[in-house]
Design a protein around this ligand. Structure first.
Ligand code: GLC
Length: 440
């Protein structure tokens, strides 16, 4: 099976236009409220973790409210954890009893999520952990992550990984069959020897593509440090985009032929994915806006995480930050959606995004007086305006501009213009004032 580059290009179009999505980590681990790795970190026994299963009762779960919040935040798609490493399923799988249907919730929580987000016109993504700490045929002893990794009781644990794989493939078949169109499948994650074909990756992706021909898949069936999507001939199961976690690549991501390839940075809003009551280290709205712009300016997407509590509420502080960013996007969204890296270089005062003949200058630091734009000459420009209110700005070329250029005479950069921002040093939006340049 070979990786079909034309099909890849086609299915990625909506994704690279959408640019901004909501990651949602939610499961039993919201009860102890110390992050989704709780069971692994504390090496908990199954019977101890089952107490959370008995207790789980998300009385406030209202995916319509989540979808509304995502939409108002300016997000275009979402990805929810149908199953995380603890193995607990939010969906009604026929292959396990360890599922929301058998908790006090008594129903398929993924179905409600899919319906609610679809109703808001948002893309629907499903995160599925290929790691599983609940399944008896998943490696326990000496595994890198399993909660019982050093429990001598499991030293001679007999297991058959093929039985687990059958279960895993079966669950992915359920997710690809029972919920209509799925826009994104987000696998997490291959490690050590459990890489690629160890998961029967070709067989898996073949099945997924048959059931969901247009679904976009992340790259985590492969080792994250060595994504074959960067190679000239990616593996069939390479996935469609690279998924840098808690970092933004310095210069976007190129393949070995120097072509830009799609990526999506997944980022937490505080310092944890799963609900963590004590973690109030939230990123301010200004940071989120700047990092979102940074992603687009490097041709990437941003998947920003929220971790609802055990009752099903997205933390108030998260909602407030999302809403603030949403307000900025409401006015400045044209510089984000459908945009990507610009032909202009990175500039002193901020970053640049572009959509065809529209160039968006994201001015994040006030200049004294004029704003220099390196790499563009004034005669190519048709119109310059503030994106937020449409007011026009003018370009300037007088004796003052000469002082802003260190190389004079013959070495003076040819492609350089200056914009007069309306006043000398205070930007209309202190976080990011967007200037829209329309090219002739
Ligand atoms: C990591 C973690 C996981 C989280 C994911 C998000 O792989 O194991 O808890 O869901 O990153 O990218």
């Amino acid at each position: 099976m070979i990786f079909d580059k034309a099909a890849h290009k086609r299915r990625m179009q909506w994704f690279t236009a959408a640019r901004y999505g909501m990651f949602i980590h939610w499961g039993l681990y919201a009860i102890p409220a110390r992050g989704e790795w709780h069971r692994g970190w504390h090496r908990m026994k199954t019977e101890d973790y089952m107490e959370y299963f008995e207790e789980f009762d998300p009385v406030d779960y209202d995916p319509k409210a989540w979808a509304k919040a995502a939409k108002e935040a300016g997000m275009k798609y979402a990805v929810l954890t149908a199953k995380h490493h603890d193995g607990f399923c939010l969906f009604d799988s026929n292959l396990t009893d360890f599922k929301a249907t058998n908790t006090k919730a008594g129903r398929d929580l993924i179905r409600e999520y899919v319906e609610a987000f679809r109703a808001e016109g948002l893309g629907v993504g499903i995160y599925y952990s290929i790691i599983d700490w609940h399944h008896p045929h998943y490696p326990h002893y000496d595994d890198a992550n399993h909660p019982r990794r050093q429990d001598p009781e499991y030293k001679d644990h007999k297991y058959d990984f093929n039985i687990y794989l059958e279960y895993m493939h079966g669950q992915i078949r359920e997710l690809c069959t029972n919920y209509g169109n799925i826009d994104i499948l987000w696998f997490d994650f291959a490690y050590d020897n459990l890489i690629g074909e160890a998961w029967k990756a070709t067989e898996l992706i073949k099945m997924v593509r048959e059931l969901q021909p247009d679904v976009i898949i992340d790259n985590r069936l492969e080792h994250q440090g060595d994504p074959s999507l960067r190679k000239r001939e990616p593996n069939y199961y390479s996935g469609d985009f690279i998924s840098p976690e808690q970092l933004l690549p310095t210069d976007g991501i190129l393949n070995e032929d120097g072509e830009r390839i799609p990526w999506e940075a997944c980022i937490t809003l505080n310092d944890n994915w799963g609900y963590t009551a004590a973690d109030t280290n939230y990123k301010p709205p200004a940071t989120v806006i700047k990092k979102l712009v940074e992603c687009i300016s490097k041709d990437g997407n941003m998947l920003l995480n929220v971790g609802p509590d055990a009752k099903g509420n997205i933390p108030q502080q998260s909602l407030e930050i999302l809403a603030e960013v949403g307000k900025w996007l409401h006015k400045n969204g044209n510089s984000i959606y459908n945009c990507g890296i610009s032909d202009l270089p990175k500039q002193e005062w901020g970053r640049v995004t572009q959509n065809g003949k529209k160039i968006y200058l994201h001015v994040m630091e006030p200049m004294v007086g004029l704003i220099p734009v390196i790499g563009l000459s004034g005669d190519k420009v048709k119109k310059v305006r503030l994106l937020a209110d449409g007011s026009e700005l003018y370009t300037v070329d007088d004796w003052r501009t000469q002082h802003m250029i260190s190389n004079q005479g013959e070495n003076k950069p040819k492609d350089l213009m200056f914009i007069y921002p309306g006043n000398s040093h205070k930007l209309p939006c202190e976080i990011d004032t967007v200037i829209e340049i329309t090219l002739k």
